[in-house]
Design a protein around this ligand. Structure first.
Ligand code: GRF
Length: 318
């Protein structure tokens, strides 16, 4: 089983979506574990349930209007202390400050009880009934500074019955939420292990370097520097080749000493690829929950410099 993402669930109340996320995480093939439950209300009933399920819980004192920023600094510290990769908001009733949202950009999701973009904010079921709609549902979306407006990752529809009240409708939508949330979180987290997704990210970084173009090497996506008549590979994708259990990218390093040093100091990140290793290619594992893409970009640039034709280097390179 590859490393699981460490998810924090933030709640303010009952925590039934939190429970759905916890129970789904018990499946063998679930790509995440709930590594923390916290929130803005130390008395939230969901916290007790999480404790009973042996999930780590931290109670942070509820923020007053004045110390909102102190609350979010404390929260950020708790998330870092628990090595959290990803946040799922589940009935967390606080407006998030922009810097907190930026810190967790594309690593924080929310569930909302309507088919967004319809009925943002509170009282969604009242609004749906008042509009006479026949279908409503739930949405999981990325969190951005604007309320309930980030990229939609998944939705589920729920029929509105003619005798529904806001309460009966909420009850059924909640059942749908419990199915949707763990499913969408798992699918989103799994993409970071997907060869195609990883390759697209590497391609973007590799092709941002000067005089580069894509070319396959023995069937693997790769990138060269130079012209069609005089060029060299500086990056090649690796997909579980030769029994190596990882997806990654191979880049040139300065020699065997540097490779040994990299692998020894960060064995979770670097590996020596079979066949390529003796010619100073080092592998960077990329199917991990938390890849530092700036670091990958630096390694690609260094590899580029090691193989780029002299003319490009003399021209100032990058
Ligand atoms: C859910 O309806 C969710 O969509 C909304 O808040 C409610 C939380 O319920 N954001 P619970 O605490 O998960 O039971």
């Amino acid at each position: 089983m590859p490393e699981r993402s460490r998810v924090a669930v933030l709640i303010s109340g009952r925590g039934s979506n939190m429970a759905a996320l916890i129970y789904a995480s018990r499946a063998d093939d679930c790509p995440y574990e709930v590594a923390l439950v916290t929130g803005d209300n130390p008395d939230a009933p969901g916290l007790e349930l999480a404790e009973a399920e042996d999930v780590p819980v931290v109670r942070i004192p509820a923020p007053t209007t004045k110390d909102r920023s102190r609350y979010f600094s404390a929260l950020q510290k708790v998330l870092e202390d628990h090595c959290i990769d990803f946040i799922a908001l589940a009935g967390f009733m606080r407006i998030l400050p922009d810097d907190f949202v930026a810190e967790w950009d594309r690593r924080m999701v929310n569930i909302h009880p309507s088919l967004l973009p319809r009925h943002k904010g509170l009282k969604t079921h009242h609004a749906c009934l008042a509009a006479g709609e026949k279908v409503t549902g739930a949405t999981v979306h990325l969190v951005t500074p604007e309320l309930d407006s980030g990229e939609i990752l998944g939705q589920v529809e729920v029929a509105v019955l003619s005798d529904d009240t806001p309460e009966t409708l909420a009850e059924r939508v909640l059942i749908a939420e419990h199915q949707l949330y763990p499913h969408v979180v798992s699918r989103y987290l799994n993409r970071t292990r997907d060869f195609e997704w990883i390759t697209e990210r590497v391609a973007e970084l590799a092709l941002a370097l000067p005089a580069t173009y894509p070319q396959t090497s023995h069937g693997s996506p790769g990138w060269k520097v130079g012209t069609q008549s005089n060029s060299k590979f500086f990056a090649i994708m690796w997909n579980h080749h030769h029994g190596e259990g990882s997806v990654g990218v191979l880049v040139k390093c300065s020699g065997q000493d540097e490779m040994a040093h990299l692998i020894q100091s960060e064995p979770d990140i670097y590996f020596r690829p079979a066949y390529y290793g003796p010619s100073d290619w080092v592998g960077i594992k990329l199917d991990r929950p938390k890849v530092d893409w700036d670091h990958v970009s630096e390694r690609l640039a260094q590899s580029w410099e090691l193989v780029a034709p002299r003319r490009l280097l003399e021209a100032g390179g990058r």
